[in-house]
Design a protein around this ligand. Structure first.
Ligand code: COA
Length: 203
């Protein structure tokens, strides 16, 4: 595992987890950046309130839409954080800015885009395709050949059966079992997962 020193943009609970991952990788946090001037100190470090192209950088903000907005406003080198306990196939690819948390399993021929969060213990099986800015919450299970569109949030403990295509900017409620494709921009919940309403998550 390559040790990398990193700036984090966003001083939040999510940043605390990424801090732990960078530490486990043998790296150091070079600084925390946050737009909120009321956050003066974080993890014992002074928080920087102006982004002046500090890099490499991870946007440590859980909201997919905010992560996208910030990523598109910056032209810096983005890093990745992959906890050493994650099991990742050599035949899978992971985009810049993405974080893979403790205990994840990423099987063969998986493509994970940029600025994604693959949260604690999530399991992503063979040939899944995860687009940019997706969050797969803790202990979600994606069976083989699942496609998840940009910006979608898969709730904790959800199961997505093989071959299902979930659209862009959807929310799948915690504990859902998704057996059919979900169109772009829907909130869907339950076992079996049903469409609840159209949503617009893009800021
Ligand atoms: C889906 C979710 C985002 C709520 O969205 P919301 O727009 O506020 O929707 P509401 O709370 O108004 O719920 C709409 C309906 O879906 C139901 N519902 C909400 N979440 C549900 C879930 N996970 N499973 C089953 N039903 C659910 C509600 O009971 C409600 O039903 P009703 O109209 O019959 O009362 C939230 O419940 C959820 O599951 N979040 C994921 C949490 C998570 O995974 N966190 C991990 C962080 S790392």
């Amino acid at each position: 595992m390559e040790a990398t020193n990193m700036y984090l943009y966003g001083a939040s609970g999510h940043a605390k987890v990424i801090y732990d991952i960078i530490d486990a990788m043998g790296g150091k946090i070079l600084g925390f950046i946050d737009d909120d001037k009321n956050i003066i100190e974080f993890k014992g470090e002074k928080v920087i309130h102006l982004h002046t192209n500090q890099a490499p950088l991870i946007i440590s903000i859980g909201n997919n839409s905010i992560r996208k907005k910030i990523a598109e406003s910056l032209s810096v080198e983005f890093g990745t954080a992959i906890h050493p306990s994650a099991i990742i196939s050599n035949f899978s690819t992971i985009g810049c800015g993405t974080v893979i948390m403790q205990g994840c399993i990423i099987q063969t021929d998986v493509i994970i885009g940029k600025h994604c969060i693959i949260n604690t213990g999530a399991s992503i099986d063979h040939e899944c395709h995860i687009d940019d800015y997706v969050h797969v919450s803790p202990h979600a299970t994606l069976c083989g050949n699942v496609h998840v569109g940009e910006g979608t949030w898969i709730g904790a403990g959800s199961t997505i059966i093989q071959g299902v295509k979930i659209g862009k900017w959807c929310i799948i409620g915690a504990g859902s079992v998704v057996t059919k494709d979900i169109p772009d921009g829907y909130l869907a919940v339950g076992n079996r997962c049903k469409l609840i309403k159209q949503i617009n998550q893009i800021l």
